[in-house]
Write a protein that binds this ligand. Structure first.
Ligand SMILES: Nc1ncnc2c1ncn2[C@@H]1O[C@H](COP(=O)(O)OP(=O)(O)OP(=O)(O)O)[C@@H](O)[C@H]1O
Ligand SMILES: [Mg+2]
Length: 325
């Protein structure tokens, strides 16, 4: 498989703040490549540099063989781009939104109708072609944006947080379409997410934190580096328990959500039998599971990704929903 994206030493500075601190990576044609990281990690900044929306301060990037600074137009013709924030014109119909994009990309007039038909079919929105976008659900809008990103047959589709703010069922639905694209169109997909389960679906994942890539591999390999099993425990006195576990088992212990501690052990089920019998501090709850990408992040940074990643927008949306009920 050939390299469709090649990035070397890519940096972005805003005054004296370095948002992206030197990214190197290669994406193979046909891959689903995920960028996983908490809020402010530099994911959107990286996608915006790759897609020529912003200019890098240093480094180079080639997309489909074209330079993202010196061959902007060729890069733009090679990619579809779905921004973190919706950019649909809500007052127009689905068809009108797509037509605008056709014009913008110089798609020949006589094939516009056919293309629109084709992409609407991919995302199951054929019936909604003449409806005003304002009347669409969040998931439908996202699907329409994906369709729009496909109109000019791009080689690479960039999706910045394709499912943020959608409910789990709609997220799963949007993912169905993303996977279908890979199968059908053989397109390369580069996406950012802070959802672990989405990162799991990717062929390879780059983990980003504070502007740097701190790991890059298949989800399986990333998880196998953490290894063993993860114990999650809540006790009557977590801070004492933390010290005790560290001393007794020489393992790193992390505070995680819902008043639990988590730590890694080998052979979890054997460990748990003795642990429950022997531990001096009363245990409120305990469970055992395989490592996830969240544990990978925790292992690499000592922090949980999910703590920081409920974005302000998500929070606002939740609060508004709560108020409405
Ligand atoms: N135009 C700008 N000027 C100054 N700082 C910026 C600008 N754009 C982004 N930043 C900063 O760069 C950092 C990376 O931002 P970026 O939007 O790339 O993060 P992200 O990983 O996409 O986060 P999120 O998950 O919230 O979308 C943040 O600290 C942000 O405040
Ligand atoms: Mg972002």
């Amino acid at each position: 498989m050939s390299n469709i994206i090649e990035v070397s030493g890519l940096k972005k500075r805003y005054k004296d703040f370095e948002a992206v601190k030197g990214v190197d990576l290669i994406v193979k044609e046909g891959e689903i490549f995920g960028f996983l990281g908490p809020n402010g990690a530099g994911k959107s900044t990286t996608i915006n540099m790759l897609s020529t929306i912003i200019k890098p301060s240093e480094g180079t990037a080639k997309i489909n063989g074209y330079d993202n600074v010196n061959e902007k137009n060729k890069v733009r013709a090679s990619i579809g781009l779905i921004f973190q924030e919706s950019t649909l014109d809500e007052k127009l119909t689905a068809n009108e939104n797509l037509m605008l994009h056709c014009k913008f990309y110089g798609i020949e007039r006589k094939i516009r109708d056919e293309r629109i038909q084709e992409v609407l079919q991919v995302v199951d929105l054929t019936e909604k072609r003449s409806n005003i976008v304002e009347t669409f659900s969040g998931g439908m809008k996202r699907r329409l944006e994906i369709a729009r990103g496909l109109l000019h047959y791009p080689k690479v589709l960039f999706l910045d947080e394709p499912t943020v703010g959608l409910d789990p069922q709609t997220r799963a639905h949007v993912w169905e379409y993303i996977l279908k694209l890979k199968e059908k169109a053989g397109i390369t997909i580069f996406l950012t997410t802070h959802y672990m389960d989405e990162a799991e679906i990717c062929d390879r994942v780059a983990v980003m934190d504070h502007g740097k890539l701190i790991a890059l591999d298949t989800p399986e390999k990333l998880k196998s580096k953490v290894g063993g099993d993860i114990v999650e425990v809540s006790t009557e006195d977590n801070s004492a328990a933390k010290t005790l576990i560290k001393e007794n088992y020489q393992t790193e212990v992390n505070d995680i959500e819902n008043d639990h501690l988590s730590f890694r052990v080998n052979k979890g089920s054997e460990f748990l039998v003795d642990f429950i019998k022997q531990f001096d501090i009363p245990i409120k709850s305990v469970n055992l599971r395989r490592p996830t990408l969240n544990d990978v992040f925790l292992h690499l940074t000592g922090r949980e990704i999910r703590d920081e990643t409920v974005s302000q927008k998500d929070l606002m949306r939740k609060n508004m929903q709560r108020r409405a009920h």
